[in-house]
Ligand binder design. Structure first.
Ligand code: FAD
Length: 294
């Protein structure tokens, strides 16, 4: 087996619900936590040659994983945490916790990632999703991204070579982020820390952080809010199996204990059809669905 003897943690037949914030997902045939980007590259190359499927997970905070689990190798980036601080810049590996990076920059009095303090993803996942909140997003703070591309090459992309839009990065489906360089500007340390604390308080008030969830399930349609539409259509509190539309925020679906991916999918599908009927708007999902053969 490809993973035998590889440095880094390896688990066989591992429950993927333990790796997602929704706490949903069947068993992975094998899970690998590489310690270095070189180890990740070696495993990816061997898997390609052996025609074994590979999947990539960061902090699992934007993912719905199938109840069937995933064949092949699921690579988790959370041990890729090297970080080098520069002059109002940082070079950071993909598995670093975004919220931690935001806090650490804020403590230096460096401004830029205040918006990210409450986003529970990894740096790599946040770049891929162009994660954003409170009027900010990743894109303007990116200087360069080093990524493993589908052709097996490792390439460094300058910001000008990449396209970003609402929850979109042009590397998506084509490359894996290995590390990135981000830029900050000089700020007032106290102001930055207060802004981050206030953002966390707003989140705790508006989001069902007490129950397993994956953040916003649907993307906001142009000029509107998915949460507003879903609430207006009367979905708050509605359940399917163990999945429930949050009573706190209608664009969140929470796992009430034993939700399956099929429960979430059934709710998603019913909401999409209802919103289409009532408002003529097609809601697109923001969360990613990992299912065998996808
Ligand atoms: C309570 C809560 C609040 C949230 N609030 C926000 C918010 O305010 N704004 C926001 O934008 N999002 C929010 N999210 C969603 C989520 O945290 C972000 O989308 C985050 O950026 C996902 O990062 P991740 O590491 O968890 O990615 P994962 O969920 O692990 O993966 C998501 C996708 O990115 C891919 N991916 C992961 N790492 C890499 C990599 N290194 N290279 C290439 N692809 C990769 C995966 O394959 C998958 O397709 C929230 C989620 C929760 C649970």
């Amino acid at each position: 087996m490809i993973l035998d003897g590889m440095p880094g943690r390896v688990e066989k037949n591992y429950p993927l619900h333990q790796l997602t914030t929704w706490k949903i997902g069947g068993p992975a045939e094998a899970v690998y936590w590489p310690n270095t980007t070189d180890d990740m590259l070696s495993v990816w190359k061997c898997a390609q040659e052996a025609k074994i499927p590979v999947w990539l997970i960061g902090k699992g905070s934007n993912l719905l994983v199938s109840d069937e689990g995933l064949p092949g190798i699921t690579i988790v980036t959370t041990s890729l945490r090297a970080i080098q601080w520069g002059e109002y810049s940082v070079r950071v590996e993909a598995g670093y916790t975004l919220a931690r990076l935001s806090q650490e920059a804020g403590e230096r009095g460096w401004s830029g990632l205040e918006f990210a303090r409450g986003i529970p993803g990894s740096v790599g996942g946040a770049i891929m999703m162009n994660a954003g909140a409170h009027g900010g997003e990743m894109a303007p703070h990116i200087l360069s991204v080093t990524a493993l591309c589908a052709d097996g090459e490792i390439k460094k992309f300058e910001r000008s070579e990449l396209e970003f839009a609402y929850r979109f990065c042009s590397l998506r489906g084509y490359a894996w982020v290995l590390e990135a360089q981000l830029a900050f500007s000089a700020g007032n340390r106290e102001k930055i820390l207060i802004e981050m604390r206030e953002n966390l308080i707003k989140r705790a008030a508006n989001q069902p952080l007490e129950d397993p969830n994956a953040g916003s399930v649907f993307r906001n349609p142009p000029g509107d809010s998915a949460g507003r539409l879903i609430e207006a259509a009367g979905w708050k509190g509605k359940t399917f199996g163990g999945a429930q539309v949050s009573n706190k925020h209608a664009n969140f679906i929470v796992n009430t204990g034993k939700a399956k991916s099929t429960d979430v999918l059934a709710l998603v599908d019913a909401i999409q059809r209802d919103i289409q009927m009532k408002f003529g708007i097609t809601l697109q999902t923001e969360v990613e669905y990992l299912v065998p053969n996808s």
